[in-house]
Design a protein around this ligand. Structure first.
Ligand code: ADP
Ligand code: MG
Length: 249
């Protein structure tokens, strides 16, 4: 079967530093894949190469059999690639629902003009309602984002990413900085996503991630260290050594 995503020997160099040092991987359609690894392993940079935020120095990014290596981020989004960001990019004074409608029209902070937009169409309303339901935000639609808890704001970011109905969803540490109960909620939202959406998830917390995904890629110093199902990651000596910073004896 045609994979959702294939990376062929992707290198991203910042001057002398190879943040991504030649990564090849294939993610089948519908798979939930975690990218784990210690800080600085190159996880976010790899995501940026997939989403088009950075151009690989060399190598190829193949999305559903199309070479998209040269495409800018908005063209990848239009092809069905969705993502959230580590930094919050919501309109704080607008309601949850208004943020959804703007995201559905591809409006981002900085390009925003509330008066330049017509009323939401029936389809936009339906997509927005479906995304809010998936993100467990029912009943919170008319609250300004600034008045939500931090955990709920992360749920809104997930709703925004889901609303455009991506076939591939990239989530960079969606539970970072959350309390245990908020983390559990985010995990629940990801677990309940439609199975046909391919999900690639960067997550630092192995306990959270290993219960959520089908397959795991562990990066270390910009390279794939181990690729295995969750059972092969738990207790893997190489992963423990780099990921948990276990000292050598
Ligand atoms: N824009 C950039 N310019 C220079 N170095 C960068 C840039 N972005 C990331 N790096 C470096 O690349 C390495 C990998 O970073 P990153 O992809 O953010 O790792 P991770 O997400 O796994 O923590 C780090 O050493 C980081 O300092
Ligand atoms: Mg990162």
């Amino acid at each position: 079967m045609q994979p959702a995503l294939a990376l062929q020997d992707v290198v991203v160099a910042f001057g002398a530093l190879r943040a991504v040092g030649g990564v090849s991987l294939t993610v089948p359609k519908g798979q939930r894949r975690a990218i784990i690894g210690p800080n600085g392993a190159g996880k976010t940079t790899l995501f940026h190469a997939i989403s088009g935020v950075v151009q690989p120095t060399s190598g190829k990014v193949i999305f559903e059999d199309a070479d998209i290596t040269a495409l800018p981020p908005h063209r990848r989004a239009r092809r069905g690639m969705g993502r959230t960001f580590q930094i919050t990019n919501l309109f704080p004074t607008l309601t949850v629902r208004q943020n959804l409608f703007l995201a559905l029209r591809g409006v981002s902070p900085g390009k925003f003009n509330l008066f330049g937009h017509a009323r939401p169409t029936a389809e936009e309303q339906q997509r927005s309602a479906a995304a809010l339901s998936l993100a467990r935000l029912e009943g919170r639609e008319d609250i300004a984002v600034a008045n939500l808890s931090y955990g709920e704001q992360r749920q809104v970011e997930l709703a925004l990413a889901i609303a455009n109905q991506p076939r591939l969803l990239l989530l960079d540490e969606p539970a970072a900085g959350l309390s245990p109960s908020e983390r559990a909620m985010v995990a629940e939202v990801i677990r309940a996503l439609p199975r046909e959406i391919t999900v690639i998830l960067i997550e630092h917390d192995m306990d959270l991630v290993l219960g959520l995904v089908d397959h795991v890629t562990c990066l270390h110093e910009g390279m794939v260290l181990v690729e295995a199902p969750p059972e092969g990651i738990r207790g893997n000596a190489a992963v423990q050594e780099v990921y948990l910073g276990r000292p050598r004896h």
